[in-house]
Design a protein around this ligand. Structure first.
Ligand code: APR
Length: 237
């Protein structure tokens, strides 16, 4: 009997699995198989071929494959035709300036009517609505933290904001997402720190959530674009 950790491989086996919980970013248990290949030799050659252990994707290949699923662009998030654009919202969800204002303007009045029924959202949380007149099918309203100097848990709150948005995308089987640089405008979060957090949380989800085919970081200004490009290069190697 040999026990191998094929968790990086997508092969599945009905030959028995001793799963071990690997906690993904959201904390939900995702069982990755430690497959015990017992009795393989009893199988027919074809079955043996089907159940053969496959080499895990090497680290480099995996990072490259993931990089194909991340894009950084300079532009306007309201123009992105993806499954969902993420709004840098506030806790009322009733609109505001910046990205929030732009999204509500482009989506039309039905958006705020739907948001009104949601009853607000806490910082670090996210809610989903339709996209209405936007090219995106949905809007995920994510409430990032206000920067207060960095000693009030802002970094963990921003990370949680991204995780909340990804959780909603997964629950709604969305495969393409566009994010603005959440909290880096009116909420004054330092751009470099925010970009590192955004890209790190994205990598964590892309690594285990294969259904997520594309994440686009839409940066309004050139400086933000350059910062995100550097953060992606740093995180994805
Ligand atoms: N597309 C993409 N990015 C944009 C756009 C746009 N159309 N407009 C602004 N941005 C960028 C800003 O340049 C900034 O880098 O989005 C980032 C976030 O800025 P804000 O929109 O100010 O969001 P945030 O810092 O999270 O503050 C949220 O501001 O608008 C209010 O209601 C909102 O109270 C909430 C607060």
């Amino acid at each position: 009997i040999s026990t191998r950790d094929w968790s990086s491989d997508v092969c599945s086996s009905d030959l028995g699995a001793l799963p071990s919980p690997v906690l993904p970013p959201s904390g939900r248990k995702v069982w990755r198989g430690h497959f015990v290949f017992t009795g393989l030799f009893f199988l027919s050659p074809l079955a043996r071929l089907r159940h053969r252990p496959r080499r895990p994707v090497s680290g480099t290949n995996r990072a490259t494959a993931m990089m194909d699923r991340v894009k950084v662009i300079q532009g306007d998030i309201t123009k992105q035709a993806v499954d969902a654009i993420v709004n840098a919202a506030n806790t009322t969800l009733l609109g505001g300036g910046g990205v929030d204002g732009a999204i509500h303007r482009e989506a039309g009045p039905h958006l705020v009517s739907e948001c009104r029924k949601l009853g607000g959202c806490p910082t670090g949380g996210a809610r989903i609505t339709k996209g209405y007149y936007l090219p995106a099918k949905h809007v995920i309203h994510a409430v990032g933290p206000i920067w207060q100097g960095g000693n009030s848990g802002e970094e963990e709150l921003l990370a949680r904001t991204y995780r909340s948005a990804f959780e909603l995308a997964i629950q709604h089987n969305l495969t393409s997402l566009a994010f603005p640089a959440i909290s880096t405008g009116a909420y004054r979060f330092p751009m470099d720190r925010a970009a590192s957090i955004a890209v790190r949380e994205t990598r964590n989800y892309l690594e285990w959530q294969l259904a997520l085919k594309l994440v686009v970081f839409v940066c309004y200004e050139r400086a933000a674009y350059d910062t995100y490009v550097a953060a992606v290069a740093e995180t994805f190697g």
